[in-house]
Design a protein. Structure first.
Length: 78
């Protein structure tokens, strides 16, 4: 952990957050190496605005039902 904190010049409190980014990147590189065809599928999903809209709508509905909504409202002013 200390190596990540030092290399990235982040506070100790942000060390775990930054370290998880390294894990994510490693997994992404491994997947790309083993299954490069997934990159095209990811691009397709990320540019599918209809699909993204549907997913966002479903996520928004689930947040409305969650008991954590007051916490989200106190953090995000909309």
């Amino acid at each position: 952990m200390q190596g990540v904190i030092t290399a990235c010049n982040v506070s100790p409190g942000d060390g775990w957050w930054k370290a998880h980014n390294f894990i994510e990147m490693g997994v992404e590189l491994f997947i790309f190496e083993k299954r490069p065809e997934l990159l095209a599928l990811l691009h397709k999903a990320l540019t599918d605005t209809v699909l993204i809209g549907e997913i966002c709508s479903k996520i928004a509905l689930s947040l409305v039902r969650e008991p954590m909504l007051p916490v989200f409202r106190s953090i995000y002013v909309y």
